[in-house]
Design a protein around this ligand. Structure first.
Ligand SMILES: [Zn+2]
Ligand SMILES: [Zn+2]
Length: 124
């Protein structure tokens, strides 16, 4: 892979924010010491890290509650969606089922975060 700025230099790293290929002279370090291509990517990365940090600093029980709430909403949407299919209002069903799916997936992700976090907290 070649550097995206210097086309005849070999890339040795990629910006972890935008994925651009970087040669040694293009590599910039973000505040947290990660490889980025520019100040803009460094700022963008910092924002992402802060968002993750705020999620991590929430208590396990609140993350888990959010997960259960999302799954419960998904089940409600799914039930309504299936009901509309049963009623012959398929367009509403096609609208509701993907929403149900997204809620359930988000809920599972939250529950996994809560589980990991709990393991981490008890280990520390
Ligand atoms: Zn970048
Ligand atoms: Zn370069």
């Amino acid at each position: 892979m070649k550097c995206s700025t210097h086309l005849n230099a070999d890339a040795t790293a990629v910006c972890i924010h935008c994925g651009r290929a970087l040669c040694p002279s293009c590599i910039t370090k973000s505040e947290s010491g990660r490889v980025v291509c520019s100040a803009a990517c460094s700022a963008g990365l910092l924002q992402t890290e802060q968002a993750l940090q705020s999620l991590r600093s929430r208590s396990v029980s609140s993350v888990r509650a959010t997960g259960y709430l999302a799954i419960a909403s998904g089940i409600v949407f799914g039930a309504f969606g299936s009901f509309e299919f049963y009623n012959g209002i398929e367009r509403l069903g096609y609208f509701l089922l993907p929403i149900a799916f997204v809620f359930i997936v988000a809920g599972v992700v939250y529950l996994r975060i809560a589980k990991k976090k709990q393991e981490h907290d008890t280990a520390a």
